[in-house]
Design a protein around this ligand. Structure first.
Ligand code: ADE
Length: 254
């Protein structure tokens, strides 16, 4: 996977992504991170890349020329036009299934805006996907790009080791992860659930699935609408729902 980040702050993304698991994947060559400074494509000697908005209003707008030129030079080098993800609170909210889809690409371009945004003409020419990381406003697209790169990278084959494997985790089957325990067996009077000490793999698996379902019902009932459950698990969900007198109308259990 090759990431190309169009930004006014290349050092911010490079420093943020050169440690831990992502840094290790870069060193190994499993992923690459190419930060392109949009300011290098400024058209004037002051290296200015923003200007006042036509029609008036607060703030400055990034000019279309440097944004398009930086992308087009990249396309010439790659000999193709990769997907361009524009980081904006107006975009679709990023989630695990979007991450899974993006992890299949060979190259991804992240376009990071600053100031009051980017001239609409540049966006209409190059952007393929508008993505947000949540319903709040940040000062720029660099942190959202870093969040998405971290999330996508752990789905790229070879980035996680076997122990770190992404196979069973939160959002697998649209359920939250079950609770985890390690030594000691008793901590401040609280014991590790008996079943986890039993060595009985089938029972442990059943217990974990049930804990996942229970936790999802408690913390993120909205996810249950798309959860992948067996007949038995649907029955279990119905039982705990009845016990708790669930009224959430988005939980549809036939
Ligand atoms: N730029 C500013 N705020 C943002 C957000 N919430 N998501 C993506 N890009 C942004």
């Amino acid at each position: 996977m090759n990431y190309h980040i169009l930004t006014l702050f290349p050092e911010m993304v490079l420093e943020g992504l050169n440690t831990s698991i992502i840094g290790r994947a870069v060193e190994r060559g499993t992923i690459s991170i190419n930060a392109i400074n949009i300011r290098d494509y400024a058209m004037n000697k002051h290296k200015q890349v923003d200007d006042y908005p036509y029609g008036g209003g607060a703030g400055m707008v990034m000019q279309p020329g440097p944004v398009c030129d930086s992308y087009e030079e990249l396309c010439r080098k790659l000999n193709r036009r990769p997907r361009v993800l524009y980081m904006t609170p107006q975009g679709k909210v990023f989630n695990q299934s979007i991450a899974r889809e993006l992890a299949k690409e060979e190259d991804l371009v992240f376009l990071c805006g600053h100031y009051e945004g980017i001239d609409e003409r540049a966006l209409s020419l190059i952007v393929t996907d508008c993505l947000s990381i949540g319903d709040y406003v940040l000062t720029g697209g660099e942190l959202p790009a870093m969040v998405m790169i971290d999330c996508i990278s752990r789905l790229v084959p070879g980035v996680l080791s076997n122990e770190e494997s992404a196979e069973i985790e939160s959002f697998h089957d649209n359920l939250l992860e079950y609770p985890q325990y390690t030594r000691p067996e008793e901590f401040r009077g609280m014991k590790v659930p008996e079943v986890l000490l039993s060595g009985h793999h089938k029972n442990i698996e059943t217990w974990r699935r049930r804990e996942s379902i229970k936790r999802t019902l408690e913390r993120r009932p909205d996810l249950l609408a798309d959860a992948v459950l067996t007949k038995k698990e649907q029955e279990y969900l119905r039982e705990i729902c009845q016990e708790r007198a669930c009224t959430e109308d988005h939980i549809v259990i036939e």
